[in-house]
Design a protein. Structure first.
Length: 386
């Protein structure tokens, strides 16, 4: 089951009927979400990882507690470090009613790094993950809304959520229209941008993940299109002196610019905009290089019998718009290879696991080892014994 299925169940229904439109509750799923983050994991992060602000913070009833109340300073070598988690004081603050917020977990907690990458590639939109650990009978935040879409995944404990209809739905502005949703482990909720919500724990500590989805919107796409045609340096000229006294003349000038803009927009190839948008997304994701150093150390002994597989969450999109090169979009970067390597690259792209010798129909022994090692170093492939 992929990341989106875990959040919503039937993905086609979600994409066509729910995305960006309305609130959706899914589950509770029996497998839950503790594989992504458990209470033991939270304990380990705080007590054993030397976490520093702003990767975590404490809040109570919507008010951020001063970091000085739960952090300390230290030196590593000759370098002073501040904002280091003081586990005893963090745990005491939570026990006394503060909510612990772990921020940007997709950057440093491997299960959520993988989960988030898979969700991003499915949705086509940037994702981030925070965790909220709230003590019994507490509320971390007052009713509020977010400027991005949200998946809420209940990992452990229980929480009662007040959720208003999404903007555009009937009752969105009605204070009395909130629905109470009982979140137990394995429950997921999707909320579009601007959906008001608040949550309160019951009689036990609660931990949930908030997956923030930052959508690319049509407005951004059209603004990018306009940027392509608003390149005439004359558009940076100031309006004439006294323009405010001659509105008719100003109107004539504005109409002239609008006509020129319309002409330029008609000439604009929409594919230029969409290709740029797609390529920025498929080369701008965070790197997934866990195990990369181990793999590099194995390259010296990699031979024709070596087994390679796609790194989990990896991307391999091929572009052939260059006469001399193949461009391979790898998620966090672009790789350019000679055009004659294209058949081998396509073989790699369509096989999740393969032996180096499987590239023999396309490359000689030396060339296929060179390509295999390069793709391991780039993070697309990993060496395996399976």
């Amino acid at each position: 089951m992929d990341s989106l299925q875990r959040c919503v169940g039937e993905t086609e229904h979600f994409a066509e009927q729910v995305w960006g439109r309305r609130v959706m509750v899914h589950g509770p799923a029996p497998e839950g979400f503790e594989d992504l983050l458990s209470l033991d994991d939270v304990d380990q992060l705080l007590s054993g990882y030397g976490m520093r602000t702003p990767t975590f913070r404490l809040v109570r009833e919507g008010r951020a507690l001063p970091a000085s109340e739960y952090t300390h300073s230290a030196r590593i070598g000759n370098t002073p470090m501040t904002g280091i988690a003081d586990p005893a004081r963090v745990f005491a603050a939570v026990e006394q009613g503060a909510t612990l917020v772990l921020q940007g977990l997709q950057r440093y907690w491997p299960p959520l790094t993988r989960f988030c990458r898979e969700l991003e590639i499915t949705l086509g939109h940037q994702c981030q993950v925070n965790a909220y650990i709230t003590p019994p009978d507490s509320r971390g935040f007052q009713p509020h809304s977010d400027t991005h879409d949200v998946f809420v995944l209940q990992a452990f404990g229980r929480k009662t959520w007040q959720i208003w209809p999404a903007p555009g739905e009937e009752g969105a502005d009605d204070e009395q229209a909130a629905t109470n949703v009982e979140m137990e482990p394995g429950t997921a909720v999707y909320m579009p941008t601007g959906t008001r919500h608040a949550a309160r724990t019951q009689h036990a500590l609660s931990g949930h993940l908030t997956v923030g989805v930052h959508p690319t919107r049509w407005r951004q796409v059209l603004e990018k299109a306009l940027a392509h045609v608003l390149v005439d340096p004359a558009l940076d000229d100031p309006l004439p002196v006294g323009f405010h006294r001659e509105p008719e003349a100003l109107t004539t000038r504005v109409n002239g610019h609008l006509e020129e803009l319309s002409t330029q927009l008609e000439k604009l190839e929409a594919r230029e905009i969409t290709d740029d948008l797609v390529e920025r997304f498929l080369t701008g994701r965070p790197s997934l290089l866990r195990g990369g150093l181990v793999d590099r150390m194995r390259l010296a002994t990699l031979d024709d019998e070596g087994i390679l597989r796609h790194r989990p969450g990896s991307v391999c999109e091929i572009r052939t718009d260059d006469v001399d090169h193949v461009r391979v979009l790898l998620g966090d970067r672009e790789l350019r290879t000679p055009r004659w390597v294209e058949p081998a690259i396509r073989e790699v792209a369509c096989r999740s696991t393969f032996a180096v010798r499987d590239l023999a129909p396309h490359l000689d022994a030396t060339s296929r080892l060179v390509l295999a090692r390069r793709l391991v170093r780039e993070g697309l492939l990993e060496v395996t014994d399976e």
